[in-house]
Design a protein around this ligand. Structure first.
Ligand code: NA7
Length: 558
């Protein structure tokens, strides 16, 4: 497949290459999008900012990084040969193995010739007269494309904290979401980790084993469930492989979050104390995210939620020897599961090590970073914690951050950033009114981060690829979200969220981790099965709620 094929050639900068589709990002979404579109005979150019494919797994190389969804399920389903042949080594794949898998997919499906690495997309502007997008990249080139697909990822814009004095620090500073490629060895060093979200919870036990001393600066304690990671046996892999068609179907159509698990048939308060505790104990022993699936009302009913939260708080108290450290580690300001629960290996036990200190920066906030220390000031007065290296595990500008970095201009020069100034607005998380032929994979307003991302990615890619095929088949020029349909969808996403406990947490789901970001619950909680059915119905009804143009051309042609 040649990378450049002219489809229009009308009215654009001479020499500008023209593609049917430009895809932004070569993570799991961008790679599968390329594969699907190329199979439809389209010319596609993928731009990837990173030095290689893999998206979030290219950047997040911090010690201990691994997926919190089990490997046999966090993997592509579109190729049966691939899922039958790839050998995952552990229950939860470590980052290097997931990156190897991404590279294997790129090679196996010969994707690389159409992916331009090390290239950022800076802007995309819709030319209404010509009906094409003009896309400018960091190498100073401009290309045109009929369609643009944003496969920019939900957690790819690492967020540097606004802490005074950070640039004065004399030691090395690392961000978990932008980790260097070379091996970092903390042996003999005093290390400070700022943040206690999933990235810190995975990396702290590993760093503690290397460092001379590790100081963890915690603003908000999080709930974490043991991963119980282990090598996968050939029998476990075979049992999945022989049942893949049915397991994948359940994940797509019946599950809420794209993960196969028993569906609970009762609420937490329907069981007595002893039965309930025994059920939690079983899930705790089994480990992993499915802990929240013991009962069907844990994210709906605060009293039900409290039973699960108290169980985990008790576990923390049992594991952590020092009572005041245990108390600090017990989350107390949000319902369990209202922030994505973390999955760890020995996180709480790490605080029993003599070389690990937990600092409560909620009551003693970081005042500033000094050249060789972190200074806190608060109830306990001023304290300086000497460190040789700093790890910022401070998260991402999630879901919208990577899209916002691109200057996207739709009809009448409207920028997407201006349109989303009060929070993201999409129809189905797939398109935004005023931006024709611009698709977002796992955009805000879709289940995305509340699901097994690969299940949601495959669903969106298939829907978008089918949509583009239909457009071409029917001789249509543009598709875009209708304003009314978008308004109704935004209201629906919000209404579903308000019926749950999720909005009670200051989470990145709400944009609450970014000062000044509008606080709107961004992902769709309705469940991946329900959501898929809605998307399929919309397509079956001739893309109901979307505005399609170009039928005149089709009629004239016929
Ligand atoms: P998260 O979950 O956003 O965690 C970031 C952590 O950093 C969290 O504990 C924050 O505390 C803390 N933070 C952020 N800014 C600051 C400042 N300025 N000072 C002190 N502490 C700060 O990001 P992760 O990378 O751990 O995980 C993201 C997702 O990746 C995760 O949910 C998985 O799905 C995979 P706060 O809670 O804001 O008080």
């Amino acid at each position: 497949m040649s990378a450049v094929q002219s489809i229009s050639g009308k009215g654009h900068a001479a020499n500008a290459a023209t593609y049917d589709v430009v895809v932004v990002g070569a993570g799991f979404a961008g790679m599968y999008m390329l594969h699907r579109l190329r199979k439809q005979g389209l010319s596609v150019r993928v731009y990837e900012q990173g030095g290689d494919v893999g998206g979030t797994w290219y950047w997040n190389r911090y010690p201990g990084a691994r997926c919190d969804v089990e490997s046999m399920q966090y993997s592509y389903s579109f190729s049966d040969e691939l899922q039958q042949q790839w050998d995952w080594s552990e229950r939860y794949a470590p980052q290097p193995e997931i990156l190897k898998y991404a590279n294997h997919v790129a090679d196996r499906f010969k994707l690389r010739p159409d992916i331009q690495l090390g290239t950022r997309v800076d802007s995309a502007a819709f030319d209404e007269r010509a009906g094409v997008w003009s896309v400018t990249t960091s190498d100073g080139k401009t290309v045109t494309a009929k369609y643009v697909v944003l496969a920019t990822g939900c957690l790819s814009n690492a967020r540097m904290p606004d802490i005074e004095g950070l640039s004065d620090f004399k030691g090395q500073v690392y961000h978990t979401g932008h980790w260097p490629h070379e091996q970092i060895d903390f042996t003999g060093l005093r290390v400070g980790v700022i943040g206690t979200g999933s990235s810190a919870i995975q990396s702290v036990p590993v760093i503690a084993e290397q460092a001379r001393h590790l100081t963890v600066f915690q603003r908000t304690a999080n709930f974490s469930i043991p991963a119980r990671n282990a090598a996968l046996t050939p029998e476990e892999r075979d049992s999945f492989r022989s049942n893949y068609p049915e397991l994948r179907r359940i994940a797509r159509e019946e599950s809420r979050n794209g993960i196969v698990q028993e569906l609970p048939d009762r609420g937490a308060l329907e069981d007595g104390d002893n039965v309930r505790r025994a059920k939690y104990e079983t899930r705790w022993t089994r480990g992993g995210l499915t802990f929240m699936g013991v009962y069907n009302n844990l994210v709906l009913d605060k009293a039900a939620n409290d039973t699960a939260a108290n169980f985990v708080r008790d576990k923390i108290a049992q594991i952590v020897s020092d009572p005041s450290t245990a108390k600090l580690l017990q989350p107390d300001n949000h319902p369990i599961g209202a922030k994505r629960i973390c999955v760890d290996t020995d996180y709480y036990a790490t605080f029993n090590r003599a070389n690990v200190t937990l600092v409560d920066i909620r009551s003693n906030p970081i005042e500033r970073i000094l050249p060789y220390s972190v200074r806190t000031a608060g109830k306990e007065g001023i304290r300086d914690y000497e460190v040789d290296a700093l790890v910022l595990a401070t998260g991402f500008d999630a879901m919208t951050g990577s899209v916002a970095k691109i200057d996207i201009r739709g009809r009448n020069g409207l920028t997407l950033n201006a349109k989303w100034a009060e929070g993201p607005r999409t129809y189905l998380g797939l398109m935004s009114a005023g931006f024709p032929n611009l698709f977002i994979i796992t955009g805000p307003g879709s289940p995305s981060v509340l699901s097994n991302m690969i299940v949601s990615i495959e669903q969106h890619v298939d829907w978008i690829a089918d949509c583009i095929a239909t457009m071409r088949h029917r001789g249509l020029d543009t598709i875009e979200a209708g304003k009314d349909a978008e308004d109704r969808w935004v209201a629906h996403v919000n209404e579903v969220a308000q019926g749950t406990l999720y909005p009670q947490a200051n989470s990145w789901y709400m944009g609450a981790n970014i000062p000044g970001k509008p606080q709107i619950f961004m992902p769709y909680i309705g469940g991946v099965g329900v959501y898929r059915q809605i998307c399929n119905d919309v397509a079956a009804k001739g893309y109901e709620g979307f505005v399609l143009t170009g039928a005149e051309r089709q009629r004239a042609a016929s």
